[in-house]
Design a protein around this ligand. Sequence first.
Ligand SMILES: NC(=O)c1ccc[n+]([C@@H]2O[C@H](COP(=O)([O-])OP(=O)(O)OC[C@H]3O[C@@H](n4cnc5c(N)ncnc54)[C@H](OP(=O)(O)O)[C@@H]3O)[C@@H](O)[C@H]2O)c1
Length: 210
Amino acid sequence: MSKIAIIFGSGARIGQASTNKFLSAGYKVATVSRTPKNTSSDNLTHITVDLNDPSSIEPIFDQVQRRWGAPSIVVYNAASMYATGENPLSAPIDEFTKVINANTLSAYAAAAAGYKRNNSVAFFFTGNALNSMVMTRLVTAGVGKAASAHWIEAAAKAEQLRPARFYYVDQRNPEGGPAMNAVNGEAHADLFLKLAEQDEQGEPIVVFRA
Ligand SMILES: NC(=O)c1ccc[n+]([C@@H]2O[C@H](COP(=O)([O-])OP(=O)(O)OC[C@H]3O[C@@H](n4cnc5c(N)ncnc54)[C@H](OP(=O)(O)O)[C@@H]3O)[C@@H](O)[C@H]2O)c1
């Protein structure tokens, strides 16, 4: 198995913890975000891209594949939202479109590109409770998460896609509510690596407490 990972959305929390985790496990890691980073080494590279544009995905895979080979792990951790306040119908369509692109279409494109290049890829999407819970102010993010949970469940169910695996990961707080600002990067990273080491597709919606 090639030990190559792409982490889409490499901020200080889940992105950084996942990068460290896969590097420690012997992977070469490409990170992706809009902020440039000077972190290049033999095992680590950063690609500066805006994931609001789903057509940016294929060139990222091309770049990583030319350098190291086809990734065996794809983590999609980037997310965006447009805050509507208490009126869920107030999002301007161009803003909502960007949210859907970043939360759903670029993630879908990343899963498809990952599978096309390596049919045993393990794909992880950082979700939250919004695929199963409606919070009025978070409607744009919720639509993006719920739509991704849907196509991830479909990909997990499609026998013709095995041995690839697809997961929507949803951290909850210790009481079972949304983790929100108590999000735990280390716990996500541990879970990604643990699931990556399992050959079988498990239950695709993974809810865990941390
Ligand atoms: N379970 C929960 O309740 C819960 C709670 C919090 C977060 N989450 C989820 O966890 C994930 C990451 O959250 P986090 O804040 O901990 O992550 P993080 O790893 O600290 O950062 C994610 C990074 O994604 C990048 N990003 C965002 N939009 C992008 C875009 N359009 N193009 C390229 N990169 C983009 C941002 O970097 P740049 O600004 O440099 O682009 C951001 O720093 C999200 O999917 C979020 O929904 C879940």
